[in-house]
Design a protein around this ligand. Structure first.
Ligand code: SAM
Length: 291
């Protein structure tokens, strides 16, 4: 099977199978060999690695991965793509195709069965409509993984990488940075996809920490606190948290008084008028432990 990473080869296979792109599955296939090579080169993969690819589409990136790594497990939701994948990946014995929804797949079980529980690398040109649940699902379910290299909407890559005091800084930045070190690898123009998306894209790599960079007594409580702080990001932290009720454990609502927030800020030597967007991950962890 010839490489698919060109507009002509992609159009040909799509025509052959009478395939129609499904917007609801975020189907924008890569048709630029230069970008495909760059993704594989920068994904830091070796022959003894096991890669999970989310959404292989017609198998374009999968072909490149199969040649550079030991094992590829590709999970694709669209059953109409399975016959195509069976053809385009027929020459690769190291690829397993699974027809399923990644959000409903027990990835821990998959890693256990297919890679003896050893850490995998996740690589994907993600369907943009579920980028955040996929990333957070991988981290929060504690799947054994060493890195995630993904194509996402440029704006999402900026949000993931940004730090305190910037307009992009928020829940996603803090949640990802608790688990991994993010690095934007490249910007990708809409012209590299078929059909072209309406937004710019970027490839970002998240290298998972062995241990989170901050210690906190209760991880769930930390994330609940961060969500509450950014729910009303224009307010001061004291007002945002005092107005919020948040549910750190088993849906049990917890309320903090304005006075409690002010006392905690005082204890940390922070201004009482500070906003959540100015706090570092470490300061959120400290605040959480004080509460
Ligand atoms: N990897 C291919 C490429 O780069 O050309 C296709 C990428 S396309 C942006 C996203 C792919 O994810 C599509 O094939 C789509 O059908 C698949 N997809 C969408 N939602 C999914 C889900 N919940 N689980 C698994 N695959 C999904």
């Amino acid at each position: 099977m010839a490489y698919l990473g060109t507009p002509a080869a992609t159009a040909e296979i799509i025509r052959k199978y009478g395939f129609s792109f499904q917007k609801k599955f975020g189907q924008n296939f890569l048709v630029d060999a230069n970008i495909l090579n760059k993704i594989v080169d920068s994904a830091d993969i070796y022959k003894d690695d096991c890669v999970i690819e989310i959404g292989p589409g017609i198998g374009t990136l999968t072909q490149y991965l199969a040649e550079s790594t030991g094992k590829v497990i590709a999970v694709e939701i669209d059953k109409n793509l399975i016959p195509i994948l069976n053809e385009t990946l027929s020459g690769y014995e190291n690829v397993t195709i699974i027809n399923g929804d990644i959000l409903k797949t027990d990835i821990n079980k998959l890693v256990c069965e297919r890679n003896q529980g050893r850490p995998v690398k996740v690589i994907a040109n993600l369907p943009y409509y579920i980028t955040t649940p996929i990333i957070m699902g991988l981290f929060e379910s504690h799947v054994p993984l060493s890195s995630i290299t993904i194509m996402v909407q440029k704006e999402v890559a900026d949000r993931i990488q940004s730090g305190p005091g910037t307009k992009d800084y928020g829940v996603l930045s803090l949640a990802v940075q608790y688990y991994a070190r993010p690095e934007i690898l490249m910007q990708v123009s809409p012209a590299c996809f078929m059909p072209r998306p309406n937004v710019g894209s970027a490839v970002i790599r998240l290298v998972k920490y062995e241990e989170p960079p901050v210690t906190v007594e209760n991880e769930r409580k930390l994330f609940a606190l961060i969500r509450a702080a950014f729910n009303q990001r224009r307010k001061t932290l004291a007002n945002a948290l005092a107005n919020a009720s948040y549910a750190p454990e088993n849906g049990k609502e917890v309320r903090i008084t304005r006075q409690q927030v002010c006392d905690a800020l005082d204890k940390m030597g922070l201004s009482l008028t500070i906003r959540g967007e100015a706090l570092t991950l470490e300061q959120f962890a400290r605040l959480c432990d004080i509460f």
